[in-house]
Design a protein around this ligand. Structure first.
Ligand code: SF4
Length: 271
């Protein structure tokens, strides 16, 4: 029998909780508005629903959420990634909802270009707003749920204070969150106050050996092989992070996790 009482639920809207039919580049359609077809058809092509288990855990999930899940599990915290269509049951018990996104409000490229060119809000922003307005999230928030947001688009919350307030977001984490998330979640579980904003600087990122390895499958078998970049272009934020190359053993372990879930191919990701 599966223990499905999770203290921490990790999730995101459908534009990211999908495997894009196994065709990663279809994901770019989620950065635009529907064109020539209704939104439902656009989303059916770009972001189909994910296969889930009997308690709503997706077979594959965004790699960033899998890393946070792994960090929390390694720390002995009951956490799971849950599909956005299956949040209700879990949020009745959960104390923390963690959300990661590539482009919460469609402010990054290429979403912003699509928006300017078409005059229509891209589906990633539309779906994220609907996600945050879900009755089960609102009800849980009213019952004391803590909401922590992060991921590559965490910066966008600083430009959207009205949504930060409206949805009762507690903490924004900007930067690599695998180390800081454990202490923040422990504080939340202990009922301690959370900071509104955490910036993970050069010295605070996890060392190579502190980067947790995913425990469950990532979307389309994506695994990371390095963080940072040796080139040092001055305009690039990646240079603000130390260079870390995964060992072959680390890469193999994550590939094996995906293989065990039935994925027969992989995507190797670097900065
Ligand atoms: S990631 Fe690209 S832009 Fe950034 S430092 Fe490396 S080569 Fe330059």
């Amino acid at each position: 029998m599966v223990n499905d009482n999770f203290d921490v639920v990790l999730s995101v809207d459908r534009t990211l909780m999908t495997n894009h039919h196994g065709k990663e580049f279809l994901g770019f359609m989620t950065t635009g508005p529907p064109i020539l077809v209704p939104e439902k058809v656009w989303m059916a092509i770009a972001a189909p629903k994910m296969e889930v288990d009997d308690i709503g855990r997706p077979r594959e999930a965004p790699y960033g959420l899998r890393k946070i899940e792994a960090a929390l599990l390694d720390a002995g915290i009951k956490a799971a990634v849950i599909d956005p269509d299956h949040l209700g049951k879990h949020l009745k018990n959960a104390k923390v909802l963690g959300i990661g996104h590539h482009d919460y409000f469609a402010l990054g490229p290429p979403s912003s270009e699509w928006w300017v060119l078409t005059g229509k809000e891209p589906v990633n922003a539309r779906y994220f707003k609907r996600f945050m307005e879900k009755p089960e999230i609102r009800a849980a928030k009213n019952n004391g749920l803590k909401i922590i947001v992060g991921g590559p688009a965490a910066w966008q919350w600083l430009w959207m204070p009205e949504y930060f307030e409206k949805w009762g977001v507690d903490t924004i984490i900007e930067g690599e969150a695998e180390k800081i998330i454990v202490s923040l979640v422990k504080d939340a579980l202990d009922g301690k106050p959370l900071p509104q904003y955490v910036y993970v600087g050069f010295k605070d990122v996890p060392l190579l050996e502190e980067i947790p390895l995913i425990k469950n499958a990532s979307v389309n078998g994506l695994v990371e092989i390095m963080r940072g970049c040796p080139r040092g272009c001055r305009f690039c934020s990646v240079t603000l992070r130390p260079l870390r190359h995964y060992t072959l053993e680390m890469i193999e372990k994550e590939l094996q996790v995906n293989k065990s879930a039935g994925l027969d191919r992989c995507l190797l990701h670097s900065e």
